[in-house]
Design a protein around this ligand. Structure first.
Ligand code: NAP
Length: 412
């Protein structure tokens, strides 16, 4: 067990891995074709073990390439190629990265969009001329988005769930619920081992619909029933064109499914060889303990929200360190769907101004000092941004800079 500093926002939760360790180096920050991003402090990224591969601690989240506000497909593939050329070796996607039918921005609601995010990653890798086998692809199941695959339009929350086949993916089934959602920014429900208490005593399926309808804004919702998880994971493997998924996360707890059942689905998938490693996302410490106890060495990572504006108040990163688990931070730059508390980023902007670089690069470099098994996975919607972000792998923050940043985050 590592020596864990109890405060989640202290300068070093566990010792940061030295840049010059024996690990393999990947890519060359700032050296990609057409790359205008250079940094005098940048060094080749160090690759560390993760899910059976060796990858730098800065990967790429591909959500922004697949949901509202996404660029056209060629730009999206070019952005993934730019990431891989720069040295990114971890791509993060999800079964549920497609456009919702309701609600959503103009132009959404196309059933043919189902599977878009995973198919994008598959096609980007297939058309990349680099070492595909070095790339770790992680995906998630247990979330879905509203998608209208009926000619009559979306159902209402009160209509019963039913399964429909996707017209685009053979064998695909979508459990569709009308205007229901859980937005990714919403905190995971507290408690782990039982459905959220329901004063009216309604059955879990209705409870799920009611809870999700209450949070409807971007068309996300949890459906982490074991049968859904197992079916979707197999579909994800088909989307990604692999026999076994490198790493599969439970996307998030479902208020109407005991967490043990959701984790049980991951265990089944491990036992059946559908996935090589398991992770859990949007979890509190109690849920991490459940997954750790049930999955043993099969559980390697927790993916939780972490950034200067969301600095892990529950201390899940320190808990991961105590259990020897990797920590992957989602929305590491605060996300792009909702406004963030800009004050949280002021110290980062000051450091960035002094260095003459983007503050996003400073944020990502700071995150990697939190824990030597932390992986950060920023999204990007164009090649420039991901090259810039990746160069954070070569940024060594000085002690006085770290002190300023730590004080700024802790003082909020
Ligand atoms: N497990 C979960 O429930 C969950 C939830 C959310 C996200 N995630 C994962 O986390 C990943 C990242 O989170 P996120 O997409 O919410 O947002 P994020 O990475 O916090 O923010 C991404 C946005 O920041 C801007 N940006 C990125 N790099 C930049 C740079 N170098 N300079 C300037 N601006 C930059 C871009 O916005 P513009 O395009 O507007 O410039 C980009 O879309 C997702 O792709 C997904 O894989 C997981």
């Amino acid at each position: 067990m590592k020596d864990v500093n109890a405060s989640p926002v202290n300068a070093s939760i566990v010792n940061a891995r030295p840049v010059n360790d024996e690990s393999a180096r990947v890519g060359q920050a700032g050296a990609g074709p057409g790359n205008a991003v250079t940094d005098a402090n940048a060094a080749p990224a160090v690759a560390v073990p993760f899910a059976g591969k060796r990858v730098p601690r800065l990967g790429m989240g591909t959500m922004a390439l697949a949901i509202e506000g996404r660029p056209d497909r060629n730009t999206a593939i070019g952005t993934i190629h730019a990431a891989l050329d720069a040295g990114v070796r971890y791509l993060d996607t999800a079964w549920s990265y497609y456009l919702p039918s309701v609600p959503g921005a103009d132009g959404t609601g196309v059933a043919a969009d189902f599977g878009y995010g995973e198919l994008l990653v598959r096609d980007a890798l297939a058309s990349w001329d680099g070492p595909r086998d070095e790339v770790l692809v992680a995906t998630k199941t247990g979330y879905r988005r509203t998608i209208d695959v009926t000619p009559d339009g979306p159902r209402t929350p009160n209509e019963p769930e039913e399964e429909t086949s996707s017209p685009d993916v053979p064998g695909a089934h979508i459990t569709h619920i009308g205007e229901s959602a859980e937005h990714p920014e919403f905190p995971a429900p507290a408690g782990t081992s039982a459905p959220v208490p329901n004063a009216s005593g309604e059955p879990p399926a209705q409870s799920r619909q009611r809870l999700q309808a209450a949070g409807s804004r971007y068309g996300w919702m949890a459906d982490s029933r074991p049968e859904t998880m197992i079916r979707d994971a197999k579909e994800s493997a088909r989307h990604l064109g692999v026999d076994a998924l490198d790493l599969l996360y439970s996307h998030g707890p479902d208020p109407s499914v005991p967490y043990e059942e959701t984790v049980g689905a991951l265990k089944t998938l491990l036992d059946e060889g559908v996935i090589r490693y398991a992770g859990v996302s949007r979890v509190n410490n109690e849920q991490i303990d459940v997954a750790h106890a049930m999955l043993g060495d099969g559980l390697i990572a927790v993916q939780n929200q972490f950034s200067p504006s969301h600095p892990d108040p529950e201390g899940t990163m320190a808990h991961c360190a105590a259990l020897g688990l990797d920590f992957v931070c989602w929305s590491p730059l605060g996300g792009f769907l909702d406004p963030v508390d800009a004050r949280a980023y002021e110290p980062f902007k000051r450091v960035a101004a002094a260095r003459g670089c983007s503050y996003q690069r400073v944020v990502l470099a700071w995150e990697m000092t939190r824990y030597d098994r932390l992986f950060t996975i920023p999204s990007a919607r164009n090649p420039h941004e991901i090259r810039d972000s990746f160069s954070a792998t070569g940024m060594r923050l000085e002690d006085d800079e770290l002190a300023l940043l730590d004080a700024g985050v802790a003082g909020r």
